[in-house]
Structures are given as C-alpha cells and as structure tokens.
Design a protein around this ligand. Structure first.
Ligand code: HEC
Length: 393
C-alpha cells in the first residue's frame, strides 16, 4: 500500500512540476525575447513619459503593444503583475519529487554501493549540502570581483559546475548525481528570483511609490541573474529528462557527458539570444553540436569480444535472481507495487522478448539492477552480454 501511495504522489508531483515549469520557463523565455526585441518608441509623447522601448505583436486574435520604461513610470499602475509563483512552485514541486524519490527512496535511486557505500542519512546530507552550498558559492562568485567581467565569471562557473558534476558522480549513483546537479542549478535559478530579482524589483517599486529619483542599480543586478537563469535553463531541462537515458548517467564518463551537454545547452540558448538582437551566429550552434558529437562518441557502445555461448536457461537463472524481485507482476522487493515501467522479467519468454532492453540496461548502461540492490556480479553481467551475443548468432 505504501508503495502504491508513493506512486501516486510521484505522479501528481511530477505533473505539477511540469505544469509550473512550463509556466515559469515560458514566461521567462517570453520576457527575454521581449526585452531583446524592443525598439525605440516612435511617439515623442511616449519617450517623454520615460518609455525606453516598445514592441508590437499579434497573438491569439489581438494586437499587443508592450512598452518598457527606462526605469519606472511617473505613476505606478493599480495592478502590477509580478511573475514569481511560477518559479517558486516549480522549485517546491521539484523539491517534493527530490525528497520523495531521491532522499526517501535513496537506497533505490541515489545510493550505488559500487560507487560509494553511503548510509541513507549521509546521502541525504550530501544532497542538502549540494543545494545549499551550490547557491552560496555561486552567489559569492557573482558578488566577488570575478563577477564584474561576464566572460571570466562564465569560465569560473563552468569550472565550478564541472567540479560539482565530477564530485557528485564519485559519491552517488549516476542517476542520483545527475538529478542533484540539475536540482542545484534549478535551486540557483529560483534563489536568483527570490534573493536578487524580487528584492531588486521591490526596491524599484518602493522608490517609485515614494517618488524618489529612480536608482538603476538593483535593476542591473537583477538583469545579470536573469541572464544566468536563461543560460541555465536548457542544461536543467536536459537533466530533468536524463533519467530516461541510462546510457548518459550510466557511463563511466557520466560527469564529462553531463558537462558537455550542459555546455551545448547553454550555447544553444546563447545562439537564440543573439538572434533576438538580429545577430545570426551559426558557429555557436556548430560548437554546441561538436560538444554533443563528442558526448555521443564517448557513449558509443564498445563491442564485447566473447566466444562463450550462454543459453537461455543460464541467463534466466541470473535474471530471475537479480531482476525478477522488481520486474514481476507482484514484485517482492520492498517499495515496489508493480513491475517498474511495465517491464516483466519473470519467465524465459518475457526475458527473451525484452532481450535488447535487458542487454542495454544491464551491460551497456549498467543502470540495472537499479542501485544494484540485488547485487549482480561482474561475472553475471558478462554472462548476460554473452547470452545476448549468442541470441544474435
Ligand atoms: C530494485 C528493483 C529493480 C531491480 C532489481 C531491477 N530493476 Fe529494472 N527497473 C527498476 C526501476 C525502478 C525502473 C524504472 C526506472 C525509471 O524510472 O526510469 C526499471 C526499469 C527497467 C527497464 C526499462 C528501462 C527504460 O527506461 O525503459 C528495464 C529494461 C529494466 N529495468 C531491466 C532490468 C534488468 C535486466 C534487471 C536485472 C539485471 C533489473 N531491471 C533489475 C527497478 C529494478
């Protein structure tokens, strides 16, 4: 029953996380696009009012005319929309999923005894520590003298995320390492909203209400953080879908692949931001594709040379012992209420019908048995590899 309830919490949490994530990133991409497309207002009256940029758009059967003030309008409107709960609820629902799956279910998803035999409390402490320290270090870097030059800061941040990616893969399962890396970036993005962007906007509004001369400083600080957020977005979205791609997080070079794909994502976003300004720089996309191609080369499956012939009965003895406790109609493994992903491995026929997936998950990506909870041996993995080759002969 408990596993069944967790399954529903998982479903609802994930659904909410996707909905709020779309609302947040949708609005955030829209505003980046809007800001970068603004033109000097045509009307002198608008310019005199302090409007610095304007944009016309047609959407959903109507014409829209957006105007951006250089700092603030002489009089604040009655209704001012803020856009912050999209970010906060994305983070809250993401934390809910992280706690439910990767901390509460740490033995399954986060701990891999072959990487490091962590206890559950230690794994959770590392997880919390990465999120908190990730933000503290990032924030200090932005505020330090390094933060004055965008290029230097970008290089330092790249080194920082590389260290985190490498460190996480030395303590957690590949899957656990990836999700904590993504959660750290996501936390930085939301903390940017809560701790820098929102306070900056509150200060601007307070100034405008008191009729004080506008101070552009908070707006500029907020701008730096919102630019970072836009470049973090694609890497974070990759990580959030990476649990479907055991080949990435399961590889021996998983940390390097994570950094390369993050770089590719950030560069693709850079390309689009440049395009907003009318600057078409396809070389940026080419470099991003090179990073993806390097990742693909690193992950390419290496053929296993073996002449051993392993028959179905021998292979099934392994699968029955190492896989069927979860992959059965009624799993005996605690925490599982149904065969994960509907993959049944409880008979020779079932195993053979899933041969490609069994090989992929056990030999190529080594994602299964998850967390190696059933302690498959290297010898058994090699036997499954030989069985798969025997099938192909
Ligand atoms: C402790 C439970 C457990 C054991 C033991 C286990 N698995 Fe899994 N398996 C899972 C879970 C959980 C998932 C779903 C992972 C996810 O959410 O992406 C899964 C998914 C799969 C998938 C589908 C992968 C996909 O992304 O479509 C295959 C194939 C698979 N397992 C094969 C195996 C094989 C082969 C073994 C034995 C060598 C095995 N599993 C042992 C829990 C287990």
């Amino acid at each position: 029953m408990e596993a069944y309830i967790v399954e529903w919490l998982n479903l609802l949490g994930r659904w909410l996380h996707m909905i709020t994530g779309i609302a947040w990133i949708g609005a955030s991409f829209y505003f980046v696009w809007l800001d970068n497309h603004l033109e000097t207002p045509k009307s002198q009256a608008d310019q005199d009012k302090g409007v610095g940029g304007e944009l016309w758009a047609v959407h959903g059967g109507g014409f829209y005319h957006a105007q951006k003030y250089k700092v603030s309008p002489a009089q604040l409107p009655e209704n001012l929309h803020w856009f912050k709960w999209e970010a906060y609820t994305t983070w809250l629902s993401g934390m809910f999923m992280l706690i439910l799956m990767y901390w509460y279910g740490a033995e399954i998803y986060t701990i891999d005894p072959n990487v490091m035999a962590l206890t559950k409390p230690v794994a959770i402490m590392i997880g919390v520590g990465v999120l908190v320290l990730g933000w503290v270090v990032y924030d200090l870097l932005c505020k330090s003298s390094l933060g004055k030059d965008d290029n230097i800061l970008a290089a330092v941040l790249l080194v920082f995320v590389t260290v985190v990616a490498f460190g996480l893969t030395q303590v957690f399962s590949g899957r656990g390492a990836y999700i904590h890396y993504g959660a750290m970036l996501g936390t930085i993005m939301v903390a940017n909203v809560a701790m820098v962007i929102m306070p900056g906007q509150r200060a601007m509004v307070a100034n405008a209400e008191k009729g004080l001369p506008p101070d552009p400083a908070p707006g500029l600080k907020a701008k730096q953080r919102s630019v970072h957020n836009t470049y973090f977005t694609l890497p974070v979205l990759f990580v959030m879908t990476s649990n479907h791609y055991a080949g990435t997080y399961g590889s021996a070079w998983n940390w390097l692949v994570l950094v390369l794909i993050s770089l590719a994502g950030a560069l693709i976003r850079v390309y689009f931001v440049q395009r907003h300004f009318g600057r078409n720089k396809p070389m940026i996309v080419v470099v991003a594709l090179v990073f993806l191609a390097i990742s693909a080369a690193i992950l390419a499956p290496k053929p296993v040379e073996t002449s051993a012939v392993v028959d179905d009965v021998t292979a099934f003895a392994i699968v029955e012992q190492r896989c069927a406790s979860c992959h059965a109609a009624a799993p005996t493994q605690p925490g599982f209420s149904a065969a994960p992903k509907g993959v049944l491995l409880d008979s020779i026929e079932a195993m053979k019908s899933q041969a490609v997936a069994v090989h992929q998950q056990t030999v190529v990506s080594r994602a299964m048995p998850i967390g190696n909870l059933t302690q498959i041996t290297e010898e058994e993995r090699a036997q499954l590899a030989a069985w798969f080759q025997s099938l192909e002969k």
